[in-house]
Ligand binder design. Structure first.
Ligand code: ATP
Length: 323
């Protein structure tokens, strides 16, 4: 009623601001993680230590596990917001623009003055095998306070997704403030506080991460992986990605192995793991059961390995439906 007494233009402006706040404060999925500008070089074979290998053209693209997983879920139709930090530099502006174009909300992807954006140097050989160096830059300036600024988003989202390319205090805070499911992809692998693990609903690891977390050699067979995953204390369920062997779900006494979708040629496996995480979260937020979500993620990741680049090869829901 009060608004009616205001001049029309003011009430319209107030209305617009309220809508803006609503839009900013709601997302089905919130990814708290890294965003980088990646440089990729294609080479005939990976260099040995001390060796120089001549490669083909280089290309730049937006990456970082956080940004990749956010884009993977957004492509599949979810509303996604990202919490993180970029540098106060041209790379940071490019990252924010590219994510916005992909439909990812970047209001909580702040820029840190005096810091360069995160960068990754990626080398991919003809067989699709890769080597990656990540320089975290501004990603390492993400604090618990930055995460708290996104408290509303975190509390309301159906799922909060984290990886470990950001400081531990940010992960701890994100998990603490998450109102919905918590998905953790502990990559690059390091120890995680027990209170974080205890709050994780789905832990997504590849073979080497599973070995490191279990304090055992990298599992070679599906059975080895299942035995190790069953012994990981804390998370509600463990999903192990097994490259060309698909993925494994270990949820209490339930164990489901989903074979990989056979693909004609592996063009570039970069980002397959991130596509998997984004797609699994998409399915969970849509209300699918965990085994169905793993099947969906295996299908999405198969499409990702058949295209060049990480984000550029991520499927849309329509592509996945007809694949
Ligand atoms: P990356 O770090 O390269 O993104 P990752 O090590 O995190 O990958 P992987 O286990 O290699 O993860 O792959 C993730 C998922 O991608 C697998 O669970 C599988 O479903 C799919 N995938 C990987 N390689 C292939 C392949 N050759 N053919 C079909 N699907 C594949």
């Amino acid at each position: 009623a009060d608004a009616e007494k205001l001049p029309r233009s003011v009430s319209q402006e107030a209305h617009r601001m309220v809508e803006h706040v609503h839009r900013e404060q709601a997302a089905e999925i919130v990814v708290v993680g890294s965003a980088n500008l990646d440089t990729t070089a294609h080479v005939p074979r990976l260099p040995a230590p001390g060796e120089t290998v001549l490669g083909g053209d280089t290309g730049e693209s937006v990456g970082g596990k956080g940004a990749n997983q956010a884009v993977a879920a957004a492509r599949l139709g979810r509303s996604v917001a990202m919490v993180g930090r970029v540098g106060d530099d041209p790379a940071g502006r490019r990252i924010r623009e590219a994510l916005t174009t992909q439909g990812v909300q970047v209001d909580q992807l702040g820029s840190t003055a005096g810091s360069g954006s995160g960068a990754a140097l990626i080398v991919v050989d003809e067989s699709g095998e890769n080597m990656i160096v990540v320089a975290p830059g501004a990603n390492s300036t993400l604090t618990a306070a930055h995460v708290r600024a996104a408290q509303e988003l975190l509390a309301r989202a159906g799922a909060v997704v984290c990886q470990l390319e950001i400081p531990e205090e940010a992960v701890v805070e994100a998990v603490r403030l998450a109102g919905g499911r918590v998905i953790l992809n502990p990559s690059p692998v390091r120890s995680v506080p027990p209170e974080v693990m205890a709050r994780v609903d789905v832990l997504i690891v590849n073979r080497s991460e599973l070995g490191a977390i279990a304090g055992a050699p990298e599992p070679r067979t599906v059975d080895d992986a299942a035995a190790l995953a069953a012994g990981v204390g804390g998370p509600g369920a463990v999903v192990v990605t097994l490259g060309a062997d698909g993925a494994l779900l270990v949820d209490g006494n339930t164990r489901v192995h989903v074979p990989a979708v056979r693909v004609p040629t592996v063009v570039d496996p970069t980002g397959a793991g991130d596509t998997f995480c984004g797609a699994l979260t998409d399915a969970l937020v849509r209300g699918e059961a965990l085994d169905g979500a793993v099947r969906w993620a295996v299908r999405a990741a198969a499409l990702a390995v058949t295209g060049a680049g990480a984000q550029s090869a991520m499927p849309t829901a329509a592509q996945l439906a007809t694949a």
